[in-house]
Design a protein around this ligand. Structure first.
Ligand SMILES: C[S@@+](CC[C@H](N)C(=O)[O-])C[C@H]1O[C@@H](n2cnc3c(N)ncnc32)[C@H](O)[C@@H]1O
Ligand code: SF4
Length: 487
């Protein structure tokens, strides 16, 4: 692995360059330390700026840019485009996402639309300014269009009065090697789970009290993890009853329960969920290949997933979501496509395709460091999209993670009417979410500035249990301040 460094005259761009370089060469270790292998020099001559990038071996690129006036410096995006063009020449390849390294490209499109841009203007912007491929730009425009009806389905003022609730259960039966989410393994007697659960119920009740006097109404409710179905049927019953007693759920557009791992559900738990109005349930194979699952420390039992899908269908949940991950274990593109076929055969209404991201906190990273293997190539991504489109699945939600194979994206696909509304709202950042529990970040939306303020909280169950009162008091005081805007 090489250690590379650039002497940039704009220190704020160093981190960005590190990311962009890694997008071209995922195996590279660290472009910020060590002796410089390349130097970017900027010279201003009158109203022109000349950028020269000289690389090891004498390779260089020079470009001249016109300044709009003598006061404003060149925008960072100009440097990004310049670096991109250089690296594109150097590596002799282009990136589907061009200079974009952020996780929410759909939101950029939504912003441009809000500012009155036309689709053509947005297309030109993404192509010329951000170097994004036409395929990905079209995908973004398609997704933004689909999301529009979920975001602006009511008058703007009314929409501002809707919020979502996320209840986090960051506990799991065991840890999967690739997973970087902070989750705690349930201990043998389930004591850490029970303690967490007792605290969680108190936090729910207290949050309900804060919300009571505001005239905000709850739009979507999401119980996520971890693996919330590590709770027993009795615990689920109690959790859902406390949620009903604490909040007015009469206007819910969507109620989701993440079931995650097939071995954590049974008829009793699903009946509880159904009786309390859960309509969207997530059951995730990640891969349908038993060897792959064993290799990443995820249990597999012959026929179990299929049996659980049958059970879910018999209870008539409106939407079944299933997650797959591209790039697990030693899987080839064909292995993934086989998993995809097997999932399609189970007939879920919603499929989320993630690209394996090797992040800090996962066992894979601890074992191997960040090693992102050779990509699967564009043909593979197009094949996945085409196969899903043939079966009636449209992309409705997209976000990107760092350290992925092919620098690619995560896409939620759904049959019309089965889109995950909570997912859409979260990514669009157009509504507040009250997070309840460990690791459940709150998003407080200010309709005047169109900005989100994050309310972070502790992520691990142990600290949450130990410092419960202080943690919840801090979180609630932020929620309370926000609610004052809506009395
Ligand atoms: C918070 S996890 C919870 C899922 C649930 N506990 C389960 O195991 O099925 C949500 C989803 O993120 C995806 N995910 C987790 N770790 C990932 C990684 N390192 N790279 C890509 N996707 C990942 C998985 O597809 C997973 O279903
Ligand atoms: S993938 Fe799901 S079950 Fe596995 S460790 Fe992560 S949150 Fe837990």
């Amino acid at each position: 692995m090489r250690v590379l460094r650039f002497d940039l005259e704009r220190p704020e761009l160093e981190y960005y360059f590190h990311e962009l370089y890694q997008a071209f060469d995922p195996g590279v270790k660290n472009v910020l330390t060590g002796k410089a292998d390349g130097v970017l020099v900027e010279k201003t001559i009158g109203m022109q700026v000349v950028l020269t990038l000289t690389w090891e071996g004498g390779k260089s690129l020079t470009r001249t840019y016109q300044l709009n006036n003598s006061v404003e410096p060149l925008e960072n995006s100009v440097y990004k485009g310049f670096l991109y063009d250089f690296l594109s020449e150097y590596f002799e390849k282009t990136l589907q996402w061009g200079t974009l390294t952020g996780i929410k490209p759909v939101k950029m499109v939504q912003k441009y639309y809000k500012q009155g841009w036309t689709s053509t203007q947005i297309r030109n912007r993404f192509r010329d300014y951000y170097r994004v491929s036409n395929d990905r730009t079209d995908l973004l425009l398609q997704i933004a269009k689909t999301q529009d009806s979920f975001i602006h389905s009511e008058q703007v003022n009314e929409a501002n009065r809707r919020i979502s609730i996320y209840v986090g259960i960051p506990l799991c039966p065991s840890k999967c090697d690739y997973c970087s989410f902070v989750s705690t393994i349930v201990d043998k007697k389930g004591e850490n789970l029970q303690r967490y659960f007792d605290h969680l119920l108190i936090e729910i009740q207290k949050t309900g009290e804060v919300l009571k006097d505001s005239n905000l109404r709850i739009d979507t409710l999401y119980i996520g993890g971890g693996t919330p179905t590590v709770l027993s049927a009795n615990q689920l019953e109690r959790l859902m009853s406390v949620l009903e007693d604490s909040f007015d759920l009469s206007q819910l557009r969507e109620y989701t329960l993440e079931a995650g791992r097939p071995e954590t559900i049974n008829r009793e738990k699903l009946e509880v969920a159904r009786a309390h109005g859960v309509e969207r349930i997530c059951l995730n194979p990640q891969s349908m290949n038993p060897q792959t699952l064993f290799s990443i420390g995820r249990p597999w039992e012959e026929g179990l997933l299929e049996q659980q899908v049958k059970l879910i269908k018999s209870l008539e949940f409106k939407t079944l979501n299933m997650d797959l991950i591209v790039g697990l274990g030693n899987e080839t593109p064909d292995d993934f496509l086989q998993s995809l076929e097997a999932v399609i055969a189970l007939d879920p209404q919603n499929i989320t395709i993630h690209s394996l991201s090797i992040k800090k906190g996962s066992r894979l990273k601890d074992k191997n460091g960040i090693v992102v293997n050779e990509g699967y190539g564009e043909d593979f991504y197009q094949a996945v999209k085409k196969r899903l489109a043939m079966t009636g699945f449209d992309p409705y939600y997209l976000y990107r993670l760092k350290y992925t194979r092919d620098n690619s994206e995560n896409i939620g696909y759904a049959k019309p009417g089965h889109e995950g509304i909570y997912n859409i709202l979260m990514m669009a950042e157009c509504q507040s979410t009250l997070g309840i529990g460990a690791g459940a970040t709150g998003n407080l939306y200010d309709p005047v500035t169109d900005n989100i303020t994050k309310v972070f909280t502790v992520k691990d169950v142990k600290t949450y249990n130990e410092r419960f009162e202080e943690i919840v008091e801090k979180k609630l005081s932020e929620y309370k301040n926000y609610m004052c805007l809506f009395y």
